[in-house]
Write a new protein. Structure first.
Length: 360
């Protein structure tokens, strides 16, 4: 089993003076949620997610060798313009990964990044953003060390992304990704995401995710604070045990294609995540009235039409509507007729399962 020290880069066999690399990396939506962490971005429980296809970050990394004067040097451009707000986040990320990537101080970087989704959509860009940046960094390392194997390339990319933002480690490779050690998932690790190892039932092929943008504002409580509140949380231990059980159950569901069970686990996980927020101290609520309106409409539509649609939530008010591709037309009609009114400015994004980061 790989340990943290296996991710410290080896001696380099090449000299690279300058160049540029570009990767896109998608967002992901968790089915079994990660909420609570230990030191060093180690998750308190394992999680599993669908990788998205259209919601992604595209990041170009240009690098030029400089004197290693003991400091990081970078310019950050967001949609072509300098974005001061991101500098601190990037600086912290570089500091965290420096021990694994000691070559970082040998270069000046220009990081040019953009998202395919509107930046004030309430969709967290940290997963796709940190994954895209990590893909670029590992590509630079591969240029310095061309013997690197493909397996190591993706494992280390995910390992680095995790240090940027936990869930980002699930945005590197694969359609369904597990992060966190679980007894029944071969190869699973707390250090990086792994592709779900079994064959996935065709019911989940091109599974659809329509993201209803209920509230596009800044979250009142960040994920970092939320994770922290799981320390000394009265239900923490039961919750972490439940996530292990739900992951075992959803593994069978993904193999057998049982959509009713899929719906039960996915919706229960979403509501449990928010229940953890409501029962922490201090407590908080990220759902909005329209989140609940949408959930009730989905339940009514499902019970009346028997269409296998369900919802999940991330750490915010937006609703992800999940459904198989073969009911796409009727679900989109339902969304347009009954749910759009609950979205801010009527906005929603149609996405589906994707495959992970792509070199451009
Ligand atoms: O990766 P973070 O620290 O932003 O946490 C994300 C947590 C959830 O989105 C709520 C759940 C998950 O597993 O993605």
């Amino acid at each position: 089993m790989l340990s943290e020290k296996d991710f410290i880069s080896k001696a380099f066999s090449s000299v690279i003076e300058n160049g540029s690399i570009q990767w896109s990396a998608p967002s992901n939506i968790a089915l079994v949620k990660y909420w609570g962490k230990k030191e060093n971005q180690i998750p308190a429980n394992p999680s599993i997610s669908f990788t998205l296809n259209s919601c992604k970050t595209i990041t170009k990394l240009a690098f030029a060798q400089k004197q290693n004067n003991g400091t990081f040097s970078f310019d950050l451009l967001f949609e072509g313009k300098p974005k001061e707000d991101f500098n601190l986040k990037i600086q912290k990320f570089l500091e965290r990964i420096e021990i694994y990537c000691p070559y970082l101080k040998d270069y000046h970087f220009t990081i040019d990044t953009e998202n395919t989704f509107p930046h004030s959509s309430g969709i967290a860009s940290s997963a796709s953003g940190m994954a895209a940046l990590s893909m670029n960094i590992i590509s630079l390392e591969k240029e310095l060390n061309p013997e690197m194997t493909d397996d190591y390339f993706y494992q280390k990319a995910s390992f680095l992304a995790r240090l940027g933002s936990g869930s980002a480690c699930r945005s590197v490779k694969g359609s369904v990704v597990v992060w966190g050690k679980h007894n029944e998932i071969e190869g699973s690790s707390d250090l990086f995401g792994v592709e779900f190892p079994s064959t996935i039932h065709t019911n989940f092929k091109n599974y659809q995710d329509t993201i209803l943008l209920v509230d596009k504002g800044e979250k009142q409580v960040s994920s970092t604070v939320g994770h922290d509140l799981m320390h000394n949380h009265p239900f923490a231990e039961q919750r972490f045990a439940q996530a292990h059980d739900n992951l075992a159950s959803i593994k069978t569901v993904l193999e057998t294609g049982n959509l009713n069970e899929f719906i039960k686990i996915t919706e229960s996980e979403a509501l449990t995540l928010h229940a953890m927020m409501m029962t922490s101290l201090p407590y908080f609520i990220l759902m909005k009235p329209n989140t609940l309106e949408i959930i009730n409409k989905i339940w009514k539509f499902r019970s009346e039409t028997k269409t296998p649609i369900c919802f999940t939530l991330d750490a915010g008010a937006n609703v992800h509507v999940l459904y198989p591709e073969n009911v796409r037309v009727e679900v989109l009609q339902f969304i347009a007729a009954e749910l759009v009114g609950y979205c801010q400015n009527g906005q929603y994004i149609c996405d589906e399962i994707g495959t992970g980061a792509i070199k451009i």
